[in-house]
Design a protein around this ligand. Structure first.
Ligand SMILES: [Fe+2]
Length: 391
């Protein structure tokens, strides 16, 4: 995240001696992107962060696309998926390509281990539940509507307060998840016309270091599996850190929508950018005020992208039969648009209470078998008026 944060006890200069009151050295670690040529943080440990005591198992994982290659629109109902597991094992991958993996999770317990995604940045949208993100950089509370962005390589735990009723929508990205470049000035500050700005971002608060030795399990996620390692000291032993690289949170309700006299296109809802996809937030807002305006969107051929929408709350103005936790996929190659009657019915409406997260990918997505198990087979035909009336 491109602004400077400083927490705890750090030395006056990088790479110099930093000691406790007994004269013991602290151990600096540089966490940096693109080699040494992009954003970074310097973190200061009580123990070296490299003390692997024992290698654990490698657990292979493979994303297998469904055998059904029918090219059509999809609607999957994620609340039909089974619940259970911790914030990692509960994750069900639903859609993927080489840039991104998307899915949902309904965890029922907190894990005992520490997790680090070695190959992907993560975005976690909290649909239901609350708790704390405990990471190398400190503690952050999270709540419903939060986008939690955890850049790759950061050890963390995601602890929910309750064992029931949790759900999050997650995105793993091969590249960095950032705010849109067009909303930032040459110094990285969010511009006047950005729908959010620095005061909306929550950053970690460093707590007292965990100065414990023993055997600490760290699960490292890689593209092709999980590698467990056991470290001889607790990894959350920082006494201070500073820099631009850390996890951060933006709540969807802090996105101030941009509205217009006529229908505004999805880029006004853009919240994040990443290599190969964008994320948009559809939030409650006033509708267009032109005397002939049609608030519902027009039919759309997204010739260069596949469009995922995760429906969070409210009535989505252009959709029928969609509920909380539904995900639609409108792939390239097929036009999509409001369902019968929705275009007409939107005329004269003053506002919408919809809340949804859209992910547009620039490469085609594949569906997993998990997605097909909760797929609504009638959805591709839901634009036929007669069919609609039969229901
Ligand atoms: Fe669309």
């Amino acid at each position: 995240m491109p602004f400077y944060v400083q927490q705890g006890n750090i030395p006056a200069k990088r790479h110099i001696q930093h000691r406790d009151h007994n004269g013991n050295l602290y151990y600096e670690e540089l966490v940096s992107r693109q080699g040494f040529s992009d954003i970074y943080s310097n973190v200061y440990h009580i123990h070296p962060p490299t003390r692997v005591q024992r290698m654990g198992a490698f657990e292979p994982i493979e994303l297998i696309p469904t055998a059904d290659k029918t090219h059509r629109h999809h609607h999957v109902e994620t609340f039909k998926l089974s619940v259970g597991g911790d914030w990692i094992s509960a994750r069900t991958p639903l859609f993927f390509n080489s840039d991104v993996v998307l899915g949902t999770a309904s965890p029922t317990k907190n894990g005992s281990y520490i997790y680090r995604n070695g190959h992907a940045d993560e975005m976690i949208y909290i649909q239901r539940g609350a708790g704390h993100l405990i990471s190398l950089y400190g503690k952050m509370s999270f709540r419903e509507g939060d986008y939690i962005v955890i850049p790759k390589g950061i050890p963390y735990q995601l602890n929910f307060t309750s064992e029931t009723g949790n759900q999050f929508f997650w995105v793993e990205s091969a590249g960095p998840i950032e705010t849109p470049e067009r909303y930032r000035n040459q110094h990285g500050q969010h511009l006047e016309h950005s729908p959010f700005m620095e005061r909306d971002f929550r950053t970690p608060e460093l707590k007292a270091p965990v100065d414990e030795t023993g055997e600490f399990e760290i699960k490292v996620k890689l593209v092709n599996g999980y590698q467990t390692i056991f470290q001889a000291n607790h990894p959350f032993d920082l006494i201070g850190w500073d820099g631009y690289y850390y996890p951060w949170i933006l709540n969807i309700h802090d996105f101030m929508p941009i509205v217009g006299k006529i229908h505004q296109p999805p880029p006004v809802h853009q919240t994040f950018q990443a290599p190969g996809f964008v994320v948009c937030s559809f939030v409650p807002r006033l509708f267009d005020w032109h005397e002939l305006s049609i608030p519902a969107p027009y039919a759309h051929s997204n010739v260069d992208s596949d469009e995922i929408i995760y429906y969070s709350r409210g009535n989505f103005m252009s959709r029928s039969g969609i509920g909380e936790g539904s995900i639609t996929l409108h792939p390239a190659g097929l036009p999509h648009g409001p369902q019968p009657g929705k275009y007409e019915a939107s005329i004269g409406k003053q506002e919408t209470n919809e809340l949804a997260v859209m992910v547009d990918t620039f490469k085609p997505l594949q569906l997993t078998e998990f997605a097909m198990q909760i797929d609504d087979a009638n959805y591709p035909l839901s634009w036929i008026q007669d069919k609609q009336n039969d229901h």
